[in-house]
Design a protein around this ligand. Sequence first.
Ligand code: AMP
Ligand code: MG
Length: 397
Amino acid sequence: MALTPLSEALERILATVESQPDWEMVALEAAPNRCCAEAINATLSVPPADNSAMDGYAVASQDVPGTLVISQRVPAGQAPLPLVAGTTARIFTGAEIPAGADAVILQENAELGEGQVTLPAAQPGQHIRRRGSDIQPGDTLVGAGHRLTPQDIGLLASVGLDAVPVFRPLNVAVLTTGDELREPGSGDLHPGQIFNSNRFSLAAQIRALGMTVIDCGNLPDDPDQIGDALERAAAEADCIVTAGGVSVGEEDHVKSQIEQRGALDLWKLAIKPGKPLAFGHVAGTPIFGLPGNPVSAFITFALVAKPWLIKRQGGHPLPVQRFPVKAAFALTRPGTREEFLRVRLTGSGEALRAALTGSQSSGVLTSLSEADGLAVIAPGTTVAEGDWVEVMPLWAL
Ligand code: AMP
Ligand code: MG
């Protein structure tokens, strides 16, 4: 199989998503990071009534400038009386504007006397938050498929909702492979061993999407054990994500087990890091066989598996945003694959630069941990210091 460009791979992979999970109502407290199952429309106005944006005096603007009797006091939370013509109402932030008043004058600009106050001129509408100026009945607050942020939760609460329909979180099985891998906390490393980091980074990436991880642990490099574990995972999960064992080595059994117990749709992407990536299914359950090198696993999950998972969850995957930044590095040898370089952003404004964080080896996690983003270098291009490069911020990944 030839190397598939990332954009083409994404298109093919995303086209395989045909359904969404069931949905359920959850309390707002449990809704952050969940995916809205339908559009939520407002049934009332926000603010529900005209109210004061400031502490001060509510007036009919034609009555000022002048000295007016203070005829009522309106704290927030109390229904005002209509304004007696030719008087003013002492008013506080968030309090409802009395009928007959059309402006609020800041208390700092008022000269208080005995039961009356001298006020400057006012524009009609000044310092008044109009009924419905934020939200009107029927306005869509969040669209179907939107992943709820803390801000959205506040917005939904502001129209009186206490529960929201969301899709059931996907169950994603995570399985790592490798005889050399040792679990953190299981004791010291023996010669030849390293700690299993992918199991943790991948689970964290999945949980950050609001999905549920089915932790299938680590498997030895044994085809039957790997195949059996994949079938067990397939029976339980909406999707399987594995790390390791998808290269061409004799000990790489994940790819062959996908072929044996399901089908392989795609293998090998034209990206660096992350070339060996297997996508297919085992017993009908989609599977992403990610490369074992920790940086490759992280990046291929973010660029390939995540958009698929978001779509399968009922959401709308968007292309990762890229920002032009001047390079503080040079790349003299053009590559044959689209390359993702780990960069730190230094300086700001005109002096903003993208600097490499260190070794770009796909096994080096320190340079990924220190990075703010990935500079995307097209195949066949070189970079000179000061050239514009496109950077994907890691927060968008
Ligand atoms: P593989 O894709 O299985 O050939 O692994 C490629 C490289 O990534 C090897 O150096 C492995 O030791 C390493 N590796 C594979 N899986 C993991 C993992 N879960 N955690 C850390 N390193 C891994
Ligand atoms: Mg391996």
